[in-house]
Design a protein around this ligand. Structure first.
Ligand SMILES: [Zn+2]
Length: 332
């Protein structure tokens, strides 16, 4: 299988190639991963490979056969996309009914039909249950591809009937050649920082570079660190509440930047060393105000907060807890 235009995610590509090249692609595939990690691009590639007619499976999707050309243009009659919004429970039973009716019809041109359910976590409970009937005993020609942030957002009964692969953000080494070519006006250092801030999720990185929101994103960590030094708890609470609820990738990126800030402050206290954070003024201020022990405790606190965030706890609870733990780490 080929993955033209999709950067990184070697493990995921290898799993899918093994299945596809041997003609054993499961009838229901689940692609999970954070927003901007390329789930939809991967779904498009898998769907295109499913309809591609190239005799050698290893080079599917070939990009040149009539089916590939239609799939790329989004006009292949046997590939259908459903859903789309990240908003929870936005696609319901009516869509599933239409999809079921459609699913039993024979393919128009290819050997199979492919239904891609984008952001499947938005399916209502009723919708998921209705879908189960066709996933349990699907017609031979039908393939499903689900995309969502985490497989655990789907009912266990659906999950257990799918094969799941995980998309991840890409490394700096993978992202930089692509970003430097696409955004020649932005410095390498800034591209590195943005890649780190958005956890290598190229969709989010490009969005942030295009609408300039990365600059706001980058101000979050130093603003939180400086507010932490204020005597009033409210100052810090105000900053932690700016962390976007809908964007766990940016929250994780901000925690990472805070770790770099605390680490840079510690380096500044202990003498020389390479600076990792793009906010040296804030790091110097931290170094001047806090003890080495307090900075070490802060770094440990970030590790604990990262653990909490990975467990998907309620966002308001998380930001309140973050505020309390950071203050307690420095004895406020
Ligand atoms: Zn083809």
């Amino acid at each position: 299988m080929r993955f033209d235009g999709l950067i990184g995610n070697a493990e995921c590509k290898e799993q899918l190639s093994t299945l596809s090249d041997s003609g054993r692609m499961p009838h229901a595939l689940l692609i999970e991963g954070p927003a901007g990690s390329g789930r939809r691009t991967m779904a498009r590639i898998v769907a295109q490979a499913a309809v591609c007619r190239h005799p050698d499976r290893a080079v599917r999707p070939c990009g040149g056969c009539p089916d590939c050309i239609k799939a790329k243009a989004g006009t292949h009659p046997d590939i259908s996309f459903f859903g789309g919004s990240e908003r929870a429970r936005s696609f319901g039973i009516q869509t599933v009914r239409e999809l079921r009716e459609e699913g039993y019809r024979r393919p128009n041109e290819a050997e199979c039909r492919v239904f891609v359910l984008v952001n499947a976590q938005a399916l209502s409970l009723e919708g998921q249950n209705a879908l189960l009937r066709i996933i349990e005993e699907p017609p031979k020609h039908l393939r499903f591809i689900f995309t969502c942030q985490s497989r655990f957002q789907l009912l266990e009964t659906i999950r257990s009937r799918t094969f799941a692969v995980s998309m991840k953000g890409v490394s700096e080494a993978e992202a930089l050649p692509f970003l430097e070519e696409k955004y020649p006006a932005i410095s390498r250092k800034n591209l590195q920082t943005v890649t780190r801030l958005y956890g290598g999720c190229l969709g989010q990185i490009q969005q942030a570079l295009e609408d300039d929101s990365w600059k706001d994103g980058l101000r979050l960590a130093p603003a939180i660190a400086e507010a932490m030094l204020a005597p009033e708890e409210m100052a810090l609470l105000k900053q932690t509440f700016r962390l976007p609820q809908k964007d766990p990738v940016l929250v994780a990126g901000t925690l990472r930047e805070l770790r770099f800030l605390f680490r840079d402050a510690l380096t500044a206290k202990c003498g020389q060393g390479e600076r990792l954070s793009p906010s040296p003024d804030t790091a110097n201020k931290l170094a001047a105000t806090l003890t080495a022990q307090q900075l070490v405790t802060l770094i440990d606190t970030i590790t604990a907060l990262e653990g909490m965030q990975r467990r998907n706890i309620n966002h308001s609870l998380f930001v309140t807890e973050m505020c309390a733990r950071l203050r307690s780490a420095i004895g406020r």
